[in-house]
Design a protein around this ligand. Sequence first.
Ligand SMILES: C[S@@+](CC[C@H](N)C(=O)[O-])C[C@H]1O[C@@H](n2cnc3c(N)ncnc32)[C@H](O)[C@@H]1O
Length: 282
Amino acid sequence: MSKLEPLTEQELASFRIPGEVLRYLEIQREKLGLSRDQINVLDYGCGKGTSVAWLREHGYNAFGVDVERRYIDNGRGLLRARGLEADSILSMLDEQGRASHDKGFFHFIFSEAVFEHVPDLQQVMRELGRLTASGGAGLHRFPAHLRPVEEHLFMPLVHYLPKTRARLLWIALNLAAGVGPRWPELETLGLVDQARAYYKYSVEQTFYRSPRAILSTAQAEGFRGAFVAHQHPKIDRHPVARRWVRVPGLRGFASWLLTNFVIVELLLERPDGKASVRQVSS
Ligand SMILES: C[S@@+](CC[C@H](N)C(=O)[O-])C[C@H]1O[C@@H](n2cnc3c(N)ncnc32)[C@H](O)[C@@H]1O
């Protein structure tokens, strides 16, 4: 269901929170020795807050923030109907990207498919740094910058091209070949206007960065960070991949491959001198 439609009970009943978000949240909860209702969790870029509603239903003290009012409004109705304080649970970031929550309020912050939409990552990291408690952590998942097929336009290599006419031309060629999304609001337009609209979206709404650039932005705001996609439990269950990632050289290669070409799972920690989330998980 789209963020453009109100969240319903039916939608929530069939929703499953990403397994890795829950896994790292639980690791963090265990590390801090908190109960579910004591751990303050933030879904950064929450859309209409489906994950927030799911976490609340499962007893976590969860909140969500976003930059789009219509998405936030689409999530508040269900929370309100459940007798929750919808306006404080789902809230807007201000023009400077600041949340209304106090400094250091959150023990765990996650985001799902948000960082690739953020024009000013430094501003976001600064706010995540302000919101994260000392000893707090976060998991941020988003598509890798060299993913062969771009996640939103479903066109090969489109995000490899600079944001110039070359990209516009490539989008038009893809559309002419029948490759690309089919946004209902663009269906009445001709090919050139559709190409322009998809190009505008890719220029204004997508910002892919290398893992190195992302990590150094996080470190500059006081985080310790690591890419953890290769630690996914699915890999441990796979008969071949499991053996591969145990070989020291191949482990680094698997991490590089996943983080550059498939998915970024960035674990951020705000050091407090105690055991890290990764130490507790191993
Ligand atoms: C692809 S949606 C993902 C929504 C939600 N995380 C999910 O998994 O369903 C991206 C979300 O990021 C939000 N977003 C974009 N830029 C943002 C920013 N600078 N700060 C916070 N949220 C942002 C958008 O409004 C949108 O809700």
